[in-house]
Each structure stands twice: as structure tokens, then as C-alpha cells.
Design a protein around this ligand. Structure first.
Ligand SMILES: [Ca+2]
Length: 67
């Protein structure tokens, strides 16, 4: 997806607007989107996009994974 699309999806998942996606936010999103984000399984997304290993996904980690 494009950078802008990735940012829009990120904002949709980051429901508290903290600028990071927590696992609970990802799980809530997965519940209503078939357990995946744009076809990527949540577990694979965390592994691929959590660049510093703190189990939270930053906007830059998210967009570099998808865009
Ligand atoms: Ca958040």
C-alpha cells in the first residue's frame, strides 16, 4: 500500500491515538478484520514491524513494513 494508506490504517488501529500500536489494539483490530491487517497475520506483523522489540509498533515501523 502507499505511505498515506499505511498511515490511515495505522491511525485506525491506534485507537487511543498514542502514536504506537499496542498488542491489545492490534487484537481488537484483528477481531473485526479477520485476524489480519491487509492480509498479513497479526503475529507476522508484530514480528516484522516491531523494529525495537518492545512489542509496540511505531508509525515508522508500520509504514516501512507496509509501504
Ligand atoms: Ca496506541
Amino acid at each position: 500500500m502507499t505511505q498515506a494508506e499505511a498511515e490511515a490504517v495505522f491511525a485506525e488501529i491506534d485507537t487511543d491515538g498514542s502514536g504506537e500500536i499496542r498488542l491489545s489494539e492490534l487484537r481488537d483490530y484483528g477481531k473485526t478484520h479477520g485476524g489480519s491487517v491487509d492480509g498479513v497475520k497479526l503475529a507476522d506483523l508484530v514480528r516484522g514491524a516491531d523494529t525495537d522489540g518492545d512489542r509496540r509498533i511505531s508509525l515508522s515501523g508500520f509504514t516501512s513494513y507496509f509501504a
